[in-house]
Design a protein around this ligand. Structure first.
Ligand code: PLP
Length: 443
């Protein structure tokens, strides 16, 4: 059976070039990069080259690149490495659990977190961040592209706020990598985390940009690897693979691959929206060049208290601090999660709700037809919970559960989209006909 993988935001396959670049470092060039003999020096040189490539990818100095095990470690490093008891931390209610769970743990160490809710279109309003700042705020952390909706956040504006107020700024750029052009100077961040496996590199390897002079404590202690930023023998094949993936990602952003991907995603989205009772979560219109979105920012004269409806002061990752009255009707033709205005999104992602349907049932039905996608719910402690991201955008539980994320690989083809557009309407029609949700008998 034909298989179409549209779950690239979960993970991506290695590109052949990445596999080839890594291959020698598993076997004949197996040296420890810390050893002084030739085998060690060969590995050390490979790590140095990879570091230079990553510095180009981030637009930073080589010395500002720290290799680690991936996005979770980068996110944890930013929070645990910078925050101390008594500090205040600002993040958003739509972050990955690598941030939300770290904030939860920090609450027991007397670090108070403010979670900023998105607007119904999935965008964080930088002014909400500014309003949340207090004298003891030490760190702001906001993701670049949301993993579920693809919505690209106004990080440049937030970077300006951080600079003006002398607060450290971390970006979880795991889902932006390879989809949005990086420039840590333009973003104005002190820290930025990425993961190789989201951009056709190997799993278990990533990097964090650490701006020179950022007083971050290492999460792992031991040897003096990575200039004491991250102890542990370097994963040389992984590092080489990450750098190769980053190099290929830089080309894709320049050679039209990402634009082509956005066109395919648009066609897929338009086709699915032909099905009655569907809509896009996060954005209606698409910007192919998120990095070119206006980043005008007009500072406010003074700090205000946190907007009570937009943010909550909590000691754990409460994600219910909804904006603009969740579920309240906007313009009559739009639902929660939709927007009249263009919202920048990662080129490969669309998140679509289907009325009168269980999302999980559709995920399974599509899988049986060879199509891999993700649903709008996640399994927590054995129970299926609706997506915290979609809920924070104001969707109700039923609609959040009935949402699917389609995230295309950059190798996606017209034929893949044709196949999905052939299968999805049939599957939806079939499930609606037998669905307890449709029949109004669901619990
Ligand atoms: N941050 C975001 C936005 C992600 O989507 C993910 C993974 O899904 C992570 C962090 C964690 O990255 P990793 O799988 O490399 O630990």
């Amino acid at each position: 059976m034909k298989r179409v993988y549209m779950d690239a935001n979960a993970t991506t396959p290695l590109l052949p070039e990445v596999m080839e670049a890594m291959r020698p470092y598993w076997m004949e060039r197996f040296g420890n990069a810390s050893s002084i003999h030739q085998d060690g020096q060969q590995a050390h040189t490979a790590v140095d080259h990879a570091r230079s490539t990553m510095a180009e990818f981030f637009n930073c100095h080589d010395a500002e690149v720290v290799f680690n095990s991936g996005g979770t470690e980068g996110d944890n490093t930013a929070l645990f490495g910078l925050l101390h008891p008594g500090d205040h931390f600002i993040t958003t209610s739509i972050e990955h659990s690598a941030i939300l769970e770290a904030a939860k743990r920090l609450a027991s160490h007397n670090v108070i977190t403010t979670f900023i809710a998105p607007q119904p279109n999935g965008l964080i309003d930088p002014m909400d961040i500014r309003r949340a700042i207090r004298p003891e705020t030490r760190l702001i952390s906001v993701m670049l592209a949301n993993n579920e909706t693809g919505v690209v956040q106004p990080v440049e504006q937030i970077g300006k706020i951080a600079a003006e107020t002398g607060i450290f700024f971390h970006i979880d750029a795991v889902q932006g990598a390879g989809k949005v052009r990086f420039d840590v100077r333009r973003f104005g961040c002190h820290l930025l985390s990425i993961s190789a496996h989201k951009m056709h590199g190997p799993k278990g390897i990533g990097a964090i940009f650490v701006r020179r002079g950022t007083p971050i404590e290492s999460l792992l202690v031991g040897g003096s690897h990575e200039r004491r930023h991250r102890a542990g023998t370097e994963n040389v094949p992984g590092i080489v693979g990450l750098a190769k993936a980053a190099e290929l990602a830089m080309h894709s952003l320049e050679d039209g691959t990402i634009d082509r991907l956005a066109q395919l995603r648009d066609r897929l989205e338009a086709g699915i929206l032909q099905i009655p009772g569907t809509g896009v979560n996060g954005a209606r219109s698409i910007d192919r060049h998120p990095e070119r979105v206006s980043n005008d920012y007009h500072p406010e004269p003074s700090f205000n208290d946190c907007h009570p409806e937009r943010a909550q002061r909590v000691e754990g990752p409460a994600v219910s601090c909804s904006s603009d009255k969740p579920g309240a009707p906007g313009p009559s033709h739009l639902g929660a999660g939709e927007s009249m205005n263009p919202v920048p999104r990662a080129a490969n992602t669309t998140n679509i709700w289907f009325d009168n349907l269980e999302g999980e049932a559709l995920v399974i039905a599509l899988d049986l037809k060879g199509i891999a996608v993700s649903g709008g719910s996640a399994c927590h402690s054995g129970a299926t919970e609706p997506s915290h991201v979609l809920m924070a955008m104001g969707l109700d539980k039923t609609r959040a559960r009935a949402s699917l994320r389609f995230s295309l690989l950059k190798a996606a083809t017209e034929a893949d989209v044709d196949y999905v557009l052939q299968v999805v309407p049939e599957a939806v029609e079939h499930l609606r006909a037998i669905s307890p949700v449709a029949a109004g008998t669901a619990g």
